[in-house]
Design a protein around this ligand. Structure first.
Ligand code: SF4
Length: 330
């Protein structure tokens, strides 16, 4: 089916095939209103009027052994970032209090690196237990866990794990040489078996083709995560992609990717993660018709819009930013 026919008659029973994905990604910008309208129907059906806000605490920062081309924490990055191996209890629990106090959807905890000792995971599990006493929904963005470590975190009450595919299988070796796409998939399979909710998406704007984006979204659909974060590359000076800058994205292109993600995974949280403040500044009315989830603060090494301003923005556009803490299990 061609993209125009598809979006004007779209029903969620239709499994979008690869050809249709490519047509949607290449749709002319003047057809964007129809595409947004098709995505918005599903966003309204499954997410109502809510915009879920996440706060991210970087619990371990920098000094990573991996060479991910976009990342300021990688072993090849010369970006000037704060480096530490364990964020203080004071900072972590303060952030958790902000999440609870502002009725945010979730506290995300990021850790640089790809492998962890059992002692480090036991320490993280203890901290999760403390925060779970307050009822916060917690998601950890973490590298490769052993099954034993995954169970330690699950038993501590961790709700969700973020592990992104980042790009398509073929493109992946161009952005990372120290681990493989297949290792990421295997890790996700194990986490699902252990019983975690999953958060899995990628990064757009690294020089990949539409075909790579379609490959990535096809695999994400196969994983069926509860949440799909789509990041738009932040050109961080000192990173490989910050130096060797790929062409900048347009808001229209970003929106097409988000619409496609919504059509392919209608029930998932579709999150506009990094890049929101760059590509959608002043155009959030359009963005919120498609996504139901954003970050307010903390893109690991980059800051964000801030909690108060983000809530004011959401409410000013007529959406509901508050979460009662009971509706989040989806
Ligand atoms: S994305 Fe993760 S694994 Fe890759 S360099 Fe950054 S911290 Fe390390």
């Amino acid at each position: 089916m061609n993209a125009e026919t598809l979006i004007s008659n779209y029903t969620e029973e239709h499994i979008i095939d690869r050809g249709e994905m490519l047509e949607i990604l290449a749709l002319s910008d003047d057809k964007l209103p129809q595409l947004v309208a098709a995505a918005e129907k599903l966003r309204r059906k499954y997410k109502g009027n809510k915009i879920h806000i996440q706060l991210l605490t970087n619990a371990r920062s920098g000094n990573c052994s991996q060479d991910c081309a976009y990342c300021a924490q990688s072993c090849r990055s010369t970006a000037e970032i704060e480096k530490y191996s364990r964020v203080s209890d004071e900072r972590l629990y303060w952030d958790d209090e902000i999440v609870r106090g502002n009725g945010l959807a979730r506290h995300c905890i990021g850790l640089s690196g790809i492998r962890f000792s059992d002692e480090e995971i036991a320490d993280l599990a203890d901290r999760i237990r403390v925060m779970k006493k307050n009822g916060t929904h917690i998601c950890c963005s973490i590298g490769f866990l052993t099954e034993k470590q995954a169970r330690m975190l699950r038993d501590a009450g961790l709700d969700r794990i973020n592990h992104n595919l980042n790009s398509g299988r073929e493109f992946y070796p161009k952005i990372c040489s120290t681990h493989t796409y297949e290792q990421r998939l295997e890790n996700l399979r194990m986490l699902k078996e252990v019983g975690f909710e999953l958060c899995c998406g990628g990064i757009i704007g690294m020089g990949e083709t539409d075909s790579d984006i379609a490959d990535m979204l096809t695999d994400v659909r196969g994983i069926s995560p509860e949440s799909v974060p789509i990041n738009f590359l932040l050109h961080i000076k000192g990173t490989r992609l910050g130096e060797n800058t790929p062409p900048r994205l347009t808001a229209e292109k970003c929106l097409k990717v988000l619409c496609l993600a919504r059509l392919m995974l209608p029930k998932a949280d579709i999150r506009c993660a990094a890049g929101r403040e760059v590509y959608f500044k002043g155009r959030e009315d359009l963005l919120f018709r498609v996504v139901d989830s954003i970050f307010a603060e903390g893109y690991l090494t980059e800051s964000g819009q801030g909690i108060k301003d983000t809530i004011a923005l959401i409410e000013g556009l007529g959406y509901d930013a508050s979460i009662d803490g009971t509706e989040e299990k989806n």
